[in-house]
Design a protein around this ligand. Structure first.
Ligand SMILES: C[S@@+](CC[C@H](N)C(=O)[O-])C[C@H]1O[C@@H](n2cnc3c(N)ncnc32)[C@H](O)[C@@H]1O
Length: 256
């Protein structure tokens, strides 16, 4: 049922998936899995999309896996700025969820490249799920969500907006403008042109079966030149999956 997403549902996830699908049934007012199955059989694609969305995890956070951002700063951004910030700089957040990852990359750019507003820098951010992309487009977060953004960055890049009794943090347009958000299924062909200086594809491939992972990393490799960076999630590895990349740090790879 989920072939087009490449999602592999391990037996260990049975309980989790059961709980999430049950909640979906309740939301639809259905009282049995049989009724849900019937609905999926006459579905025009929309319910499959909703099902995929409830099953997958969208967990993310600003500055998640901080050592990736240190590496990006020291190995790509600062050297690029020091060399005059010439040419294009392209970074892709693949499986960007609600935007915390691409906006963390944008904050790293603004910190490391003094002339960032006058350079040809683009951060492409894609996800299969339109609902998380809507959240990313709104670029508005709760105090808890921005709690781990360093104070100076929060002051510089967010404005506080009233939200009922409370407050929310909205990203300033100048920084948000670095990021282009698009819907994209990582299981299919990739429409973009390279080269991509860095790809963040973190905590996405863990849901894919081995073959889907191999194909995806092979497509990534075609978009990168020797030396370009690939960051993966804390429990992901390209070992035995791709020979195109060499491990250069904790869950950090370089295109060979
Ligand atoms: C756990 S979140 C990871 C977010 C972020 N990369 C991070 O590490 O914080 C996984 C994201 O991958 C997306 N995703 C799952 N399957 C996908 C697919 N086939 N193509 C593109 N995105 C996918 C989900 O919608 C979700 O937003």
């Amino acid at each position: 049922m989920l072939e087009d997403t490449g999602i592999r549902l391990a037996d260990s996830k049975r309980e989790l998936v059961y709980g999430r699908v049950t909640r979906r049934l309740r939301a639809l007012g259905l009282d049995s899995f049989r009724a849900y199955r019937a609905l999926l059989e006459r579905d025009d694609g929309r319910e499959r999309e909703a099902l995929r969305s409830v099953i997958t995890t969208k967990l993310t956070a600003f500055g998640r896996e901080a050592h990736h951002f240190d590496h990006l700063r020291d190995q790509l951004l600062r050297p690029w700025a020091a060399a005059g910030a010439r040419g294009r700089l392209r970074i892709w957040s693949a499986g960007c969820a609600s935007g915390e990852e691409p906006y963390s990359i944008a904050m790293a750019v603004a910190k490391a490249v003094p002339q960032w507003q006058r350079c040809d820098i683009r951060i492409l951010a894609t996800d299969i799920d339109e609902s998380v992309l809507d959240h990313a487009r709104a670029a508005t977060y709760t105090p808890a969500q921005v709690a781990r953004v360093p104070f100076a960055d929060r002051e510089r890049h967010f404005v506080r907006v009233a939200d009922g009794e409370g407050v929310r943090y909205r990203l300033r347009p100048a920084l948000a403008a670095l990021v282009t958000l698009r819907q994209l299924n990582l299981i299919g062909e990739l429409p973009m042109r390279g080269p991509l200086d860095a790809i963040f594809c973190r905590n996405v491939a863990i849901y894919f079966d081995r073959q889907a992972q191999q194909r995806m990393y092979a497509r990534f490799a075609r978009l990168q030149r020797a030396g370009d960076l690939l960051f993966v999630g804390h429990s992901e590895s390209l070992h035995g999956i791709s020979d195109d990349y060499a491990l250069v740090g904790r869950t950090i790879y370089r295109r060979r």
